[in-house]
Design a protein around this ligand. Structure first.
Ligand SMILES: Nc1nc2c(c(=O)[nH]1)N[C@H]1C(S)=C(S)[C@@H](COP(=O)(O)O)O[C@H]1N2
Ligand SMILES: [Mo]
Length: 169
């Protein structure tokens, strides 16, 4: 009898270990996906591919922001990301010479930013972490891997989730 119980416990432990092992693989996959997350930057007929490494080489900011939604209530989160204007500068784009930045998401959602909004300090951010965790992509139920945050626009309608493309016009 005792031996049967011990075999069952051993079998369960092996199954648990197996699941833990498979899960660690998934986690690695997710981190790899996050690192290969790309934003297309279209400017002057050129198309640049910007990866997380390049984004993170810019000055990183951490800030609290309250998301106001039409449906449910408010939510305060801590975000980490970079300023859109820093990304443009790093790619030799003169903000004073542009008209607008059209941001596009995986689901087709489009948010247009004026030059004034983009050039303001501490306003338009591309974030990739919320509450110390990487933003998950849409198919994993997240709002990432990148999300636009417009701090001076406290209503969440224009905070473009699943950001993947920036058209500089
Ligand atoms: N890509 C994308 N971003 C989006 C939306 C969307 O449908 N697609 N909806 C907007 C609206 S209307 C709101 S209220 C918030 C909702 O954010 P939540 O899903 O975190 O509540 O996201 C905004 N950003
Ligand atoms: Mo909304």
């Amino acid at each position: 009898m005792n031996r049967i119980i011990w075999s069952i416990i051993t079998a369960l432990l092996i199954i648990i270990a197996l699941f833990a092992f498979l899960n660690s693989g998934n986690r690695k996959d997710r981190i790899t996906n996050q690192e290969s997350s790309i934003i297309c930057l279209n400017f002057g007929g050129k198309r640049l591919l910007i990866g997380l490494r390049e984004i993170k080489s810019l000055k990183e900011y951490e800030f609290e922001a309250t998301l106001r939604r039409s449906s449910s209530g408010e939510r305060v989160n801590i975000y980490k990301g970079v300023q859109l204007k820093d990304l443009l500068k790093a790619n030799d784009i003169d903000i004073e010479k542009i008209d607008q930045v059209v941001t596009k998401a995986v689901d087709g959602y489009t948010v247009v930013l004026s030059r004034k909004e983009v050039s303001e300090d501490d306003n338009v951010y591309i974030v990739y972490e919320m509450n110390q965790k990487a933003l998950l992509p849409k198919k994993e139920g997240g709002s990432g891997p990148y999300q636009l945050i417009i701090r001076k626009d406290s209503f969440g309608q224009r905070w473009n989730k699943f950001l993947m493309e920036l058209d500089i016009r």
